[in-house]
Design a protein around this ligand. Structure first.
Ligand code: R5P
Length: 293
């Protein structure tokens, strides 16, 4: 059975919501966003009489973390009030997911706290490349996730000679593996080795990058510190070209400049986190995930 959904765009995902509606023919509602003079948010969904008994998808990436979360609470309130049959939150970038455990006593497990709230507000959650998949257990409703790493790899496939894929650390090696399968090349992870008390070296654990075109793949580039250091060292080790890629290009402050000065030939990311390098859309990944509901 084909279920027709209604899409409500979040303030940060108007373009992405439009793309998803174009790919699917799902109805895109008009949503109005304003801010009161004291900073509080105002939201109104127009055509509210079309919501009753419908399955509604709220597409809102959470790049401006706190506002996005409040917006989700308000949208859920409107949709429940109007009698939606189900509400799906599509948060391509899920905020607070990096505090997925207690690193120090007295800290919250932030995403667990939010998962408790989302589990009451929404009937299911969809996201892309969550930082750690174990966060699924915090949700009391279905938590569905997909990956955009194969799309990053497809984008660079013909841009590298003698390619190799590297993850910036061992934890992200699976992302490198997925990308390498798309490109058809070897993969490895970068290891930080202390050479002397004041000197560290970052190099692939097992492979050599001399005369290789390198794709670095990570879920997030935030300050760019990790990847900029890696690029500089890979170039010193003879890499002929380095493309830095990530799913969620947070790119705080001067991160992009830092990457280019470090020697990046190109930086790419997706529109889960709108940025100057969001060259790849996750629209079709979301469409595939919506087919599972
Ligand atoms: C860490 O586990 C993440 O996968 C990224 O490697 C990290 O968030 C990147 O941070 P930054 O760009 O600030 O070095």
């Amino acid at each position: 059975m084909v279920i027709l959904l209604i899409i409500v765009p979040g303030r940060n995902s108007q373009e992405l919501a439009h793309k998803v509606s174009k790919l699917t023919n799902y109805k895109l509602l008009r949503t109005e966003f304003k801010r009161f003079p004291d900073g509080e948010l105002y939201i109104r969904i127009h055509d509210n009489d079309t919501i009753k008994n419908e399955d509604v998808v709220f597409i809102q990436t959470q790049n401006n973390q706190n506002d996005s979360i409040v917006e989700g609470i308000l949208i859920s309130d409107i949709l429940r009030e109007e009698g939606a049959r189900s509400i799906t939150l599509v948060a391509p970038y899920l905020a607070y997911a990096r505090q997925d455990k207690k690193f120090n006593p007295g800290e919250p497990i932030s995403i667990r706290g939010l998962a408790r709230i989302y589990s009451q507000l929404f009937d299911r959650i969809i996201t892309i490349n969550p930082h750690e998949i174990h966060i699924e257990s915090f949700f009391k409703v279905p938590f569905i996730y997909g990956s955009a790493v194969d799309k990053l790899a497809s984008y660079v496939k013909d841009k590298l000679d003698n390619p190799i894929v590297l993850s910036p650390d061992k934890g992200a090696i699976n992302l490198a593996k997925v990308a390498s399968e798309v490109i058809g090349c070897e993969y490895d992870y970068l290891e930080k080795v202390r050479i002397s008390p004041s000197e560290i070296k970052v190099a692939p654990k097992n492979l050599d990058v001399k005369d290789k075109g390198v794709l670095i793949v990570d879920d997030i580039i935030s300050t760019g510190g990790t990847v900029a250091t890696a690029i500089k060292m890979l170039k010193e080790q003879g890499a002929n070209r380095v493309i830095a890629s990530c799913v969620h290009p947070i790119l705080i402050g001067d991160a992009l400049n830092r990457l280019y000065v470090g020697g990046a030939d190109e930086v790419i990311g997706t529109d889960t986190f709108p940025s100057p390098v969001s060259k790849i859309s996750v629209d079709d990944v979301i469409v595939e995930l919506l087919k599972r509901i």
